[in-house]
Design a binder for this molecule. Structure first.
Ligand SMILES: Nc1ncnc2c1ncn2[C@@H]1O[C@H](COP(=O)(O)OP(=O)(O)OP(=O)(O)O)[C@@H](O)[C@H]1O
Ligand SMILES: [Mg+2]
Length: 250
């Protein structure tokens, strides 16, 4: 269903209203409502199979919604093609740090600017700026991306996403397979990107780690929203911590 009017002037960068997603007879997400504000990091938490990745896929337009609406920066985006959603500035960083392994670090970053049309001066300026932000990538700019460490590839995947000049990033378990110290750095990077005004929605198994930098979190169980709030609010529920937030506390 497409809404007849654009949503009211957006207060939040992303708003999900009663999102329901089915895979055939399997209901993966049921009437999820939530939002991400400008400059906010929001963590999407919950046990395996609870629907977290499905929510990201549905927002990106990769899987259709059975019901509900999604507003992004003043546009209704439910039913839109993924490529159009990307052009509006909503970027999902692919899971598993998918970089083009044979291409150089710099070439991977150029590919991230694809949705901006022909490369121009501003693309070069953005690459220079991102190399300032990620000095390890700058040092390895001519190296094939496949030879980077896991943490470096994750940074490259994020840098490539930023080349599209997004207003919001979504990430699905970005910490997977990374050493604890690199996981920490990764989340600090996400925090600093949000502090520059980006909205960030991050799915994470390491709930305690995510909650060290998140502004708010949503907790899912079998497709249902079971809790939401600030990190302190979520942590203060002992039952919730035990049931859904895992034991990654360090
Ligand atoms: N393509 C698909 N076809 C059928 N069912 C699917 C498909 N993808 C996901 N599901 C089901 O939808 C539910 C939610 O899956 P989803 O991948 O969103 O969970 P998740 O919270 O991301 O889990 P995890 O933490 O393990 O990544 C699960 O029951 C899953 O089996
Ligand atoms: Mg998942």
């Amino acid at each position: 269903m497409t809404a007849p009017h654009p949503p009211a002037a957006p207060v939040q960068v992303l708003e999900l209203h009663d999102m329901t997603v089915d895979y055939g007879p399997v209901r993966a997400v049921e009437e999820f409502t939530g939002w991400v504000g400008n400059g906010e990091v929001v963590a999407l938490l919950g046990s395996n199979g609870s629907g977290k990745s499905t929510i990201l896929r549905a927002v990106s337009g990769i899987v259709p919604m059975a019901a509900g609406r999604v507003a992004f920066c003043g546009h209704w985006i439910q039913g839109m093609k993924p490529s159009r959603i990307v052009r509006l500035g909503l970027i999902q960083i692919p899971q598993g740090r998918l970089v083009f392994p044979d291409q150089s670090v710099e070439a991977n970053m150029l590919l991230g600017a694809h949705s901006r049309g022909r490369p121009d001066r501003s693309v070069r300026d953005d690459i220079a700026e991102l190399f300032d932000r990620f000095p390890r990538l700058a040092e390895r700019r001519r190296q094939p991306a496949g030879t980077l460490s896991g943490g470096e590839q994750q940074m490259l995947a994020i840098a490539r996403g930023l080349m599209a000049r997004p207003r919001m990033l979504m990430l699905d378990e970005p910490s997977l397979g990374l050493a604890p110290i690199i996981q920490q750095q990764l989340f600090e990077t996400l925090r600093s990107l949000a502090d520059m005004g980006l909205g960030i929605l991050v799915v994470e198994q390491l709930a305690h780690l995510a909650l060290t930098i998140a502004d708010r979190g949503y907790v899912l169980d079998r497709g249902q929203l079971v809790a939401w709030g600030t990190p302190d609010e979520l942590r203060s529920s002992g039952r919730l911590v035990e049931a859904y937030l895992g034991s990654d506390r360090t």
